[in-house]
Ligand binder design. Structure first.
Ligand code: NAP
Length: 296
């Protein structure tokens, strides 16, 4: 891999960076460099650990270095919004940037999380319009998801540990698509059970179930009332099969982990930077290999 990357570093080579803090566990370099290699592009994708106080400087630096673009990951996605010269509509709506294009001295911010989230559901031909979703979480990822679902016409019930955040998010989304979102208290026994019993999709957009705390996770939401026809989609991908997915599979439900979302949000970023059709299968294989090698 390193040799083939080196062979791309000629005078016309441009950089794409991923800025995070920390960043060393990111699967994005493996995924994007595999795509760059597959298409023989004069690009290189590099991880940069950027302390939040240097985010503005880092973005200015990349722009000055004529970098092609950047991905932003935790904790930079929200902070980057005010540093952009222009925002794509979805990034503006959700207040989050995960993809930056450097063009003509300007920084243009996009968010591909929603598109990445929907891709595996679309692959399964899941009927989004009119479906009912229970969304657990109200953080950055949940924001991107609830707007993507609302835009596709899916009704969403948001449940979050801190109920006030779920309430605020539902109210905000209802201003975008009136009546599409509700919220419930995590401990609201019967209403939560009724929402779970009648939903077509459950999404975990919290860090619950993520390694290294995956063994001790307790799911006290009534997942055993799910219909076997419901899809359970966990944004977590370390471990590959989370406790939530195990419980759902015991109910007979189909499950999806977060790797496909990661790959598809990356593929969309790649399309935005290069204007080319991303080699999604190549990217997915590289991400999976990197994930497996980081687990041994
Ligand atoms: N697969 C992908 O491509 C992808 C993309 C983005 C994110 N993710 C994953 O999605 C998850 C959320 O990321 P984020 O960016 O939204 O983070 P975030 O903005 O920090 O939000 C964290 C969310 O998790 C909840 N939470 C945290 N610890 C909890 C606990 N012990 N019990 C119940 N709820 C808890 C928080 O609830 P409170 O509001 O009560 O704090 C909040 O809703 C992470 O696991 C992240 O790795 C995956």
């Amino acid at each position: 891999m390193l040799d083939s990357i080196k062979s791309h570093i000629g005078g016309d080579c441009r950089v794409i960076g991923v800025l995070g803090y920390p960043v060393q566990h990111s699967l994005s370099p493996a995924m994007h460099n595999a795509a760059i290699q597959a298409l023989s592009l004069p690009l290189v994708y590099v991880p940069f650990e950027v302390n939040p106080e240097y985010l503005a400087t880092a973005l200015e630096g990349l722009s000055a270095l004529n970098a092609m673009g950047a991905n932003l990951t935790i904790p930079h996605k929200e902070a980057a919004v005010s540093l952009m010269d222009e925002l794509a509509p979805m990034a503006k709506r959700i207040g989050s940037v995960n993809t930056v294009v450097f063009e003509g001295g300007k920084k243009i911010g996009h968010s591909t999380d929603g598109i990445g989230f929907l891709a595996p559901l679309r692959e399964r031909r899941f009927q989004l319009k009119g479906a009912h979703c229970v969304l657990i979480g109200a953080g950055g990822a949940a924001r991107a998801i609830v707007y993507a679902l609302a835009e596709a016409g899916t009704n969403v019930v948001i449940i979050n540990r801190t109920c006030a955040r779920a309430e605020r998010l539902a109210a905000e989304v209802n201003r975008f698509r009136p009546g599409i979102a509700k919220h419930l208290e995590w401990g609201d026994g019967l209403p939560v059970e009724a929402a779970c019993r009648s939903c077509d999709l459950v999404v975990n957009a919290t860090s619950l179930g993520m390694a290294p705390h995956d063994k001790e996770v307790v799911w006290d939401l009534p997942m055993r009332s799910l219909l076997p026809t419901a899809i359970v989609y966990d944004l977590v991908y370390r471990p590959a099969k989370t406790r939530l997915m195990e419980i759902a599979e015991e109910r007979g439900c189909e499950t999806i982990n977060g790797l496909k979302m990661l790959v598809h949000q990356g593929a969309e970023s790649f399309r935005i930077w290069t204007g080319l059709t991303p080699p999604v299968a190549v990217m997915e294989r590289a991400a999976l290999e990197q994930l497996r090698s980081s687990e041994v």
